[in-house]
Write a protein that binds this ligand. Structure first.
Ligand SMILES: Nc1nc2c(ncn2[C@@H]2O[C@H](COP(=O)(O)OP(=O)(O)O)[C@@H](O)[C@H]2O)c(=O)[nH]1
Ligand SMILES: [Mg+2]
Length: 251
């Protein structure tokens, strides 16, 4: 069998293939190490920024959480980090109008970002428009943004503002992950049907290569591991951010 494997190959070609295999193996091991080093347990509050200009320096990578007020953004961040007090959860929607940054490591190179909740009816139009400007600026201009998680209450998915965010992100070629939150509010079968419906919509809109979707419950812990795996992948240095990918294409 061994002799067959070498059939037609010169000794130097075998040596070259061996070196290539070793390099690939070392690279794969390194990238796995980078992924496993990312931990959510030691997350700390970093800073609140009212606009893009006040955000932390653009080094490292971050993943942002967006969604309507009350969709469950703060609860999801608390669940991920195992810290129930990290991002304030509130029963009074529409209060947080700041971009809140949480660092995952001492160097602040990996960050989670809690974006201001959008689309709450009681907020005056002018305030709403200012939010929208800040959100779109952040999405289009922030170079360290590796991906966007859009959270939607499973009972009201893909509302007007969710679709708007989704369109901005797709236009910017940003990876998006939809979280159907509070899945514990529905029976398992009903929740699964809504997931399938949303996935069908993504396929029909031909954006399923950029946009993924899952069920999530901060209360029950549903989908936490699935979300962690995706975030580790996005935050790993092996993946280019959308703006880096564009720069590579332009070069
Ligand atoms: N049943 C249930 N309630 C949730 C879940 N996640 C959040 N909530 C509740 O929904 C409300 C809004 O949550 P919050 O995280 O503050 O939403 P945010 O405004 O998007 O940050 C709070 O009363 C939470 O307790 C969940 O998975 N299941
Ligand atoms: Mg919140």
């Amino acid at each position: 069998m061994r002799a067959k494997l070498y059939n037609g190959l010169t000794r130097s070609k075998v040596a070259a293939l061996y070196t290539l295999a070793r390099t690939l193996y070392t690279k794969a091991r390194k990238s796995n190490c980078t992924m496993s080093e990312i931990s959510f347990q030691n997350a700390q509050f970093l800073i609140s920024a009212p606009s893009l200009q006040q955000c932390p320096p653009e080094t490292g990578r971050e993943v942002a959480f967006a969604g309507r007020s009350n969709a469950g953004k703060s609860s999801a961040i608390n669940k991920l980090t195992g810290n129930g007090k990290l991002a304030r959860t509130s029963k009074t929607p529409g209060r947080t109008q700041l971009i809140n940054f949480f660092r995952l490591d001492a160097e602040s190179n990996k960050r989670l970002v809690d974006l201001p909740g959008y689309g709450f009816a009681k907020v005056p139009l002018k305030v709403k428009q200012t939010w929208q400007r800040h959100l779109s600026e952040y999405l289009y201009k922030r170079k360290t943004l590796a991906g966007l998680v859009i959270l939607m209450d499973i009972r009201h998915p893909l509302q007007e503002f969710d679709t708007m965010m989704l369109n901005w992100a797709v236009e910017a070629e940003m990876a998006v992950h939809l979280l159907l939150t509070k899945s514990d509010k529905l029976k398992q079968g009903a929740a699964k049907n809504i997931l399938l419906e949303v996935q069908k919509t993504l396929r029909q809109s031909q954006i399923d290569d950029l946009v993924s979707c899952q069920l999530f419950s901060a209360t029950k812990g549903t989908g936490v591991e699935e979300l962690k795996r995706l975030l580790k992948d996005w935050l790993s240095d092996a993946q280019p951010t959308a703006s880096q990918a564009c720069q590579q294409q332009d070069a």
